[in-house]
Design a protein around this ligand. Structure first.
Ligand SMILES: Cc1cc2nc3c(=O)[nH]c(=O)nc-3n(C[C@H](O)[C@H](O)[C@H](O)COP(=O)(O)OP(=O)(O)OC[C@H]3O[C@@H](n4cnc5c(N)ncnc54)[C@H](O)[C@@H]3O)c2cc1C
Ligand code: SF4
Ligand code: SF4
Ligand code: SF4
Length: 399
């Protein structure tokens, strides 16, 4: 007799939502735990024990995909306004536009009115701006996997972008590779919960969350880095690890869901046809192969994992500054390509403190890192060009 999915430990579920989408009785819904992380909950009065939810789960060994050795590039869009609004080189928008131009649909993470991130479907180029930019929080996939299946059945092209576990979930749900589906995963080190983010926004805005809009974790008016901003009552407020305990602990890798420390998708397990990340520390040799690109406006690290990914990238190449690189170089400044994040000892204390005492646990812990804040604040003040030169100099000395 088959049974419904039973999660033994939090580290075994990434919250991708494939089980919710596959259930023929709509018996599964996502529920928040005490830290705000979402997990599936089965309504046993509706369940017919078909076992589909357990079979589709991406955190089981059997469904782990491997695409073989990728081709690696450094790339940036030639469109300056797209580049400015994108977290790295704006390659996502170029791929998405190509799919829309063929009458397709694009799925990705957008902000909701209540300060959460959720996957939505976009069918118009002008709407793509909702998906641009990294939202450093877990995005809910809702019923988007079902929507994708319907669109593919109608013969439409679809681009679905998200974290590797979301792409793995979608692929497991769809069941077979489909020529019409282009998947793009981001290089991902982990996601905190929506509850944590909302608590932080309340903290940094002095309780005026209802006035907050236009959250950007990466605002390029401050250069290519980890300075962000939001609008509060129409005024732009800087948002970074110097004022936000959440952003500070996010960058330190302390506040992710447990599955992120047990992630199955770094290294060989890339899930997207194309993987997108920041080409941090991009070297002068590469930049010189990219024409007139401004390296301080953001460059993407692009991994092409499949033949399909190759074709789509070739279709937009004319709109990019692009140069070949290699996996070893890309991995050097992006550990997420080789291994999951490692929880530091503070992770457990912080999480338990948050569950017991609420957001005070973040602010109390944060104050103890005074030295780190000074260092980060100074680092954030250094223009990206100067930072790049310092990094190049250090790499030269290291040989
Ligand atoms: C949670 C998270 C962690 C990341 N960690 C790293 C890292 O450690 N190293 C690294 O090099 N790059 C990381 N990235 C990727 C990087 O920040 C850029 O998103 C990526 O380089 C694509 O940039 P772009 O300029 O092409 O497009 P952008 O327009 O900046 O990217 C938008 C794309 O990101 C997707 N996206 C945004 N937020 C989310 C979310 N919450 N969940 C799922 N998908 C989302 C959108 O659907 C869209 O496809 C991370 C991204 C996210 C969302
Ligand atoms: S076993 Fe079948 S009916 Fe029950 S929750 Fe899972 S998918 Fe739904
Ligand atoms: S990993 Fe995805 S499919 Fe598996 S239980 Fe969690 S939400 Fe469901
Ligand atoms: S680190 Fe892994 S498990 Fe966590 S959100 Fe990213 S892909 Fe999913």
């Amino acid at each position: 007799m088959k049974d419904f999915i039973k999660i033994q430990e939090p580290r075994e579920c990434c919250g991708c939502g494939a089980c919710v989408n596959v259930c023929p009785r709509d018996a599964i819904s996502m529920k928040e735990d005490r830290a705000g992380f979402i997990y599936p909950e089965v309504d046993e009065t509706l369940c017919v024990k078909c076992g589909k939810c357990a079979e589709v789960c991406v955190f089981t060994e059997k469904l782990r995909g491997a695409n073989g050795e990728p081709s690696v590039y450094a790339a940036a869009t030639a469109d300056k306004s797209v580049l400015m609004e994108s977290s790295s080189g704006g390659i996502f928008t170029e791929l998405a536009n190509a799919v829309l131009d063929k009458g397709g649909a694009v799925f990705g993470a957008a902000w909701t009115d209540d300060l959460a991130a959720a996957h939505i479907c976009v069918e118009d180029n002008a709407e793509l701006k909702k998906l641009r930019g990294s939202k450093y929080v877990q995005s809910s996939t809702g019923d988007t996997f079902r929507q994708v299946k319907e669109l593919l059945k109608e013969g439409r092209y679809v681009c679905y972008s998200g974290t590797p576990c979301q792409i793995a979930g979608l692929k497991a749900f769809i069941g077979e590779d489909c020529d019409l589906l282009l998947t793009a995963d981001v290089i991902c080190h982990g996601v905190p919960s929506t509850k944590m983010l909302r608590d932080d926004l309340s903290y940094v805005s002095g309780g005026k969350v209802s006035q907050i809009s236009d959250i950007r974790f990466r605002d390029k008016s401050f250069g290519w880095g980890t300075n962000g901003s939001f609008l509060a009552d129409g005024s732009k407020i800087k948002y970074n690890s110097g004022c936000s305990p959440y952003y500070f602990y996010f960058l330190k890798g302390e506040v992710y869901r447990e599955s992120c420390y047990n992630c199955r998708f770094p290294g060989e397990g890339r899930q997207g046809d194309i993987t997108l990340g920041d080409y941090w520390g991009v070297r002068q040799e590469l930049i010189s192969g990219m024409g007139s690109v401004d390296p301080d406006m953001g460059i993407s690290c692009v991994l092409v994992n499949t033949e399909k990914g190759k074709k789509w990238l070739e279709s937009v190449e004319g709109r990019l500054a692009i140069t070949p690189s290699d996996r070893k170089t890309a991995e050097k400044r992006n550990g997420q390509l080789t291994r999951p994040s490692v929880p530091l000892p503070e992770h457990e204390t912080l999480l338990n403190g948050y569950i017991e005492k609420g957001y005070t646990a973040f602010t109390d812990g944060y104050k103890k890192h005074f030295k780190d804040h000074v260092i980060r604040t100074v680092k954030n003040m250094i223009p990206s060009k100067t930072k790049r030169r310092i990094n190049e100099f250090i790499e030269k000395i290291k040989g």
